[in-house]
Design a binder for this molecule. Sequence first.
Ligand code: ATP
Length: 301
Amino acid sequence: MTQPGAVTVRVPAKVNVQLAVGPARPDGFHDLANVFLAVGLYDEVTATPADSLRITCSGPDADKVPLDRTNLAARAAELLAARYGLAPDVHLHIAKDIPVAGGMAGGSADGAAALVACDALWGTGASRAELLDICAELGSDVPFSLVGGAALGTGRGEKLSVLEVGGSFHWVFAAADGGLSTPAVYREFDRLTPDAGAPEADPVLLEALRTGDAVALAGALTNDLQAAALSLRPSLASALAVGVEAGALAALVSGSGPTTAFLAQDAASAEKIAAALTESGTCRSARPAVSPAPGATIVSG
Ligand code: ATP
């Protein structure tokens, strides 16, 4: 049961259906054409009044989540409080279902969720534009966790334009043991791709999203970080092969990995692919999920 004065926000994971990466910029970031799709795997963040800022976390990956001020949920609370001249005295509990360090933006999701939860708890009434601003300050993937659905991110991924999605897509996500550090994957990308060109969104992929055409989307999925993730973690290739063998329309590394993503024809096929992956021992766990999913949403409070 929800405690009085508690606000719970549900927030989705994401998969990058296109991740086009340009050369490293002087500031160390990379220009991207990043097509985000929110998927129905969720964390929930509950904010309750407290004497000081405190983070707790539950779920299978809870031991991998930092509970100090480096947690993006804590940073979100601090940024919002600072803007409104408040003390960030809140207990944030993260019920974590999104794989940690899996390339599915779980930390970013918690940042966006904590922001929405604290805004409601404290009655700060920040505008959508203000919330998006704070999200961009928290990290490149955080604005999308607020918005959900599908969006094209440009710049370092944080300048978002919302995309139309004309149907549901069925996915399977296979979590791998151990995470991959996103900066390490970008460094490997730089090493493998000294001549990266300017990133551009693929019109064929955008059209496949708009029409809800899974086969067309499967043909257009790309991830420029995949070679780097596979170079750092060659065993991911086995999971990709098992999913394709089990009928996936396409398989790819999710973002910077090591989670692998499989696009299925329908829900029944997704179940079959998930079962084959689980049985194969090439991943820690495999779960079906449907996209698109809504962004950070208050579910109680
Ligand atoms: P992205 O897809 O945005 O690159 P990711 O899904 O690969 O991110 P996260 O789960 O966001 O990775 O975690 C990356 C690191 O961020 C973790 O190893 C952890 O140290 C830190 N972190 C900070 N806040 C959180 C949080 N709320 N949940 C999980 N990890 C967090």
